[in-house]
Design a protein around this ligand. Sequence first.
Ligand SMILES: Nc1ncnc2c1ncn2[C@@H]1O[C@H](COP(=O)(O)OP(=O)(O)OP(=O)(O)O)[C@@H](O)[C@H]1O
Length: 256
Amino acid sequence: MTVTERPAHATEAVQLRQVSRVYGTGDRAVTALDAVTLGFRSGTGTAVMGPSGSGKSTLLHCAAGLDRPTGGKVVVAGTDLGPLTETARTRLRRAAIGFVFQSFNLMPALTAEQNVALPLLLAGAKPPRDAVRAALAEVGLADRARHRPSELSGGQQQRVAIARALITRPAVVFADEPTGALDTGSSREVLGLLRRLIDQHGLTVVMVTHDPVAAAYADRVVFLADGRVADELTAAGGPPAAAEIATRMARLESAC
Ligand SMILES: Nc1ncnc2c1ncn2[C@@H]1O[C@H](COP(=O)(O)OP(=O)(O)OP(=O)(O)O)[C@@H](O)[C@H]1O
């Protein structure tokens, strides 16, 4: 298996301390994130929800080192991103963070196994063929290694993207609407796969979603409104139920 095992005692893979992000200046300034403090524990899944414009993408980009906060501190796998140069941040991102996007973002000219190997190549490592094959087997696609994305269904493409995210043994996988482009059946498969990787291999997942059913696969749901954490649901004897998540979302949306 290609992902890290669950640590003996849970630590936080990602920490945000008083993180703010203001776009623009003066009259045009928009506070997308307003002093958010959050931690994402290793070996757990968190869903981030909230009305349109509440700051979900900004949170994801700041937590993943794709954007620099205007205030506060982001720590990924024990490293404070603030003092890092662009090059060092890119290196840390490649080593410690996996990404899964709504639109899969696979390279169309490459086969499934070449796509999965790509992060290791970008990090300057020679991808071990066994590890690439093991990652594809883990997502149920051992027999599709030589297929190109156009020869795979949407759900299969997203599973290749998940194998690609796992190949570097990341401390955390950020997923931005991972089921947004999938039908119900494929969505369930992808969400079930992420859940299994969390439970059996201690993967840490932070997933932005608009879908209460997808959020119900997480251990915890964080609700944003106006750039702040407005509400939170955690598993108490089981994952949060989709109906309760939908109710909380409706409450937030009516308050906006
Ligand atoms: N590059 C930017 N320049 C100016 N304002 C921005 C920029 N990016 C985001 N914003 C603003 O920051 C706020 C938060 O945006 P963000 O995209 O994080 O929200 P979101 O919750 O992900 O929204 P959605 O669900 O619609 O994708 C919004 O008011 C948005 O208009």
